[in-house]
Design a protein around this ligand. Structure first.
Ligand code: SF4
Length: 207
């Protein structure tokens, strides 16, 4: 076994920083699978450094020169904020043509007890934030957050991205095992927060 910190999917490069998460989403792919197209995303440990990530990135970039790099794996990438920042700085300096996105649960400002978005300005081109519900109840059922204020925090996080003029997409997973969200209301919430909106239809395999 070895730590797969960087992997590819459909010609794009993804970065898998951690297996920790402040949600336990009922649809989370890692509940059902340990790999993404054969790339094992459960890590042996949580000790990897930015240098470890960069080494794997450099190797993978040689065969997959993706213009889009996405922080997204089997865990919440922003729980490794310092590693994430270091890697993003490296990519932006070396490959300024690449767009960097973070797929996040939007809990980071709650976790760090400060607004961390300004620290990522100029590094991150887009945030994709899991809104996953028009109400706290809908959100809690799907996302099973580990703290009570999570839904409000997600909305505040989305607004904080928009306030910094960073592109932000609020996303929802629709149709998980017959569950349906109030999509119109979710879309309006996203709009009111200054975000774009994306519905991801749930599919069994996840991708
Ligand atoms: S936020 Fe992402 S990593 Fe965390 S449990 Fe949900 S789907 Fe899985």
């Amino acid at each position: 076994m070895s730590n797969v910190l960087v992997y590819t999917l459909d010609g794009k490069i993804y970065i898998n920083l951690t297996n920790h998460c402040t949600n336990e989403c009922i649809f989370c792919l890692r509940n059902d699978k340990s790999d993404v197209k054969g790339q094992e995303l459960w890590l042996d440990n949580e000790n990897s450094t930015a240098q470890d990530v960069i080494e794997q990135f450099e190797k993978i970039y040689q065969t997959t020169p993706s213009k889009e790099i996405i922080f997204c794996g089997y865990g919440e990438p922003m729980l490794k904020l310092e590693v994430l920042k270091e890697v993003a700085i490296y990519i932006k300096n070396k490959l300024p043509q690449c767009k960097i996105r973070i797929n996040t649960n939007g809990h980071a400002n709650f976790v760090y007890k400060r607004n961390i978005i300004p620290e990522l300005k100029g590094l991150i081109d887009e945030f994709s934030v899991s809104l996953n519900g028009a109400t706290k109840e809908e959100y809690n059922e799907l996302s099973q957050p580990k703290f009570d204020e999570a839904y409000e925090e997600v909305k505040k996080f989305i607004k904080a991205c928009a306030d910094e003029n960073i592109s932000v997409v609020a996303s929802v997973v629709e149709g998980y095992k017959g569950r349906h969200l109030d999509i119109k209301k979710c879309e309006q919430i996203a709009k009111d927060l200054g975000a774009k909106f994306r519905v991801r239809e749930w599919i069994e395999n996840g991708y």
